[in-house]
Design a protein. Structure first.
Length: 340
């Protein structure tokens, strides 16, 4: 679905809030290009400026400097009608769903069409089609209070799509949902992106969300873009400090559990591939290990060579790994530091 045509460009974008305690610079010199048809993630810690950024994209917040280009045209320089149409081309969903409690599901989805003065019959037809897409056709008469969080977000997605937007902006859309519901909502967003060609912009503080659906990602830190790239690139080699913190955070924490503990040399003699050996060991023992050194070659799916792993400090964990290696018939020996 991806093409190289930009649909949204942020050029030197800045946003400053005036508060009683002085100005707060929420965004500073943001330059980003989001391509038509992609799923673009924006990740950062709390307070980094993510929500402000996404709200500036559709002019819910008007930037204090720089420009937002939608389909190569500056929102700031558009005539009011043109700007309204451009903003209508960007649907939005939120963490707290923001459904109208007094309206049923169908009426919620029809709402943006009423605002856009669409004929009522057409509105209902379109809303029912969308409810079918999000899997809630049979709940058209239900009220938001009668729905689960995941169902509410599905209604919000249908409502956001009612005016046929080209872009769907998702501000922490799964942050209030449990992991399974999150997975199904992310799946739905991916399907919508594929089947309708809608560009999706996902704002999140969770790396797992980026990993699950995004093509590219920008990391935002303290009002600035720290790095941008394909999810693959950024995950395999984060260049910024905040990128390493977000991506390797857990791993870095795990490493601190190792201290100067026991090391084991595993020899691979071609009978097995080293990945399943390590993966099975970690899955079976539920113990993280640290790869200190590896001289292995994957030859036609089998591993030759050796690898030194470091075990956690905890003796029970160490014994678990050692007895696994023994039972699995994997050649290994304990090594001292100077043996490395
Ligand atoms: N309307 C506002 N008035 C004043 N300051 C604001 C306003 N909106 C945001 N800010 C400030 O701008 C900065 C960025 O906030 P923003 O909500 O964009 O961050 P965020 O990355 O979305 O954080 P979170 O994940 O916690 O929502 C913060 O310092 C915040 O306090």
């Amino acid at each position: 679905m991806q093409s190289a045509e930009p649909i949204i460009q942020l050029v030197g974008l800045g946003k400053e809030f005036r508060t009683a305690n002085g100005p707060i610079k929420a965004l500073d010199d943001i330059n980003l290009s989001i391509e038509q048809g992609e799923i673009f993630g924006i990740i950062g810690l709390s307070g980094a400026g993510k929500s402000t950024l996404v709200r500036c994209i559709n002019y819910l917040e008007v930037p204090t400097s720089g420009d937002v280009l939608f389909e190569n045209k500056s929102l700031a320089s558009m005539r009011p009608r043109e700007q309204r149409l451009a903003r209508q081309s960007m649907g939005m969903i939120f963490q707290q769903f923001n459904l109208l409690a007094q309206r049923n599901v169908l009426q919620n989805v029809c709402f943006p069409l009423e605002i856009a003065n669409a004929p009522k019959k057409d509105g209902i037809k379109r809303a029912m089609e969308l409810l079918e897409i999000v899997g809630l056709k049979d709940r058209a008469k239900a009220y938001p209070a009668q729905l689960s969080g995941g169902q509410k977000q599905r209604v919000a997605i249908a409502r956001a799509l009612a005016t046929n937007p080209k872009v769907l902006l998702c501000d922490e859309a799964t942050s209030a949902l449990d992991p399974n519901t999150t997975k199904s909502i992310l799946g739905l967003l991916k399907d919508i992106n594929k089947s309708m060609g809608v560009t999706v912009v996902v704002i999140t503080h969770e790396m797992s969300v980026i990993e699950a659906i995004c093509d590219r990602v920008a990391i935002i830190d303290q009002s600035h873009i720290a790095e941008v790239g394909s999810v693959k690139e950024i995950f395999s080699e984060p260049k910024s400090k905040i990128g390493r913190q977000l991506i390797l955070g857990d791993a870095a924490e795990q490493v601190s559990r190792f201290g100067g503990s026991k090391r084991v040399r595993i020899s691979f003699d071609g009978r097995s591939s080293f990945e399943p050996v390590l993966a099975n060991m970690i899955l079976t023992c539920k113990v993280p290990v640290n790869i200190m050194h590896a001289e292995t070659r994957d030859i036609n799916g089998t591993a030759m060579g050796q690898m030194v792993i470091q075990l956690p400090d905890n003796e029970v964990d160490q014994n678990r790994v050692l007895s696994y290696l023994k039972t699995a018939g994997i050649t290994h020996e304990e090594v001292k530091k100077h043996d490395l």
